[in-house]
Design a binder for this molecule. Structure first.
Ligand code: ZN
Length: 181
């Protein structure tokens, strides 16, 4: 039925075309828009900071997984019954359970020092007892200048990714922690 609506032209070779993008080239963002329009996307983990292309895709996916609760910190592993778990303590501060809110937010002393240092570069001093999602949603509101919005968003990703990379280096490669006071 749909093919009957397409005029056949002998002088143009057949080719694949992605009709959801103006230039007919495929892009993930156009696929997402298409799925959103059809109501096929779960937006529960969405935020204005996602899918902007300011950082490598794997780091955007990491944030998306984090907001969906899919990053396997020790508390998550414990809840799903991971058998080889010697401790559920945070490997950075060793004083609290390693939950997502703890590790990636202000609740971990080590993470808090990193956030403070990074925000200090921008002269932003801020503390509020919000959770992971509230902090993510509020991040853009802390940026004083629209001109720096992109860098501010990249900083957000960089801090969270650094926390996760260093945490993994400690857990899997025996790295130790040294923080300036
Ligand atoms: Zn901690």
């Amino acid at each position: 039925m749909a093919l009957m609506c397409i005029p056949i032209c002998r002088c143009i070779a057949d080719a694949l075309a992605w009709t959801f993008c103006p230039n007919r080239g495929f892009s993930v963002s156009s696929l997402r828009r298409c799925l959103e329009e059809r109501g096929s996307v779960d937006n529960s983990g969405n935020t204005p900071l996602l899918w902007l292309g300011f950082v490598p895709p794997k780091i955007e996916i990491f944030l998306w997984q984090l907001l969906k609760g899919g990053i396997l910190v020790r508390e998550v592993l414990f809840k799903i019954g991971w058998a080889n778990l010697a401790s559920i303590d945070c490997p950075l501060c060793t004083s609290k359970t390693e939950s997502l809110n703890h590790l990636f937010f202000f609740h971990c002393d080590w993470s808090w020092k990193l956030w403070s240092e990074a925000m200090g570069w921008w002269d932003v001093r801020f503390y509020c007892n919000m959770n992971l999602h509230e902090w993510t949603e509020g991040w853009l509101g802390l940026c004083a200048s629209k001109d720096n919005k992109r860098d501010w968003i990249v900083l957000f990703y960089a801090v969270r990714w650094t926390i996760w990379e260093f945490r993994n280096a400690m857990v899997f490669n025996g790295f130790s922690l040294s923080v300036r006071s």
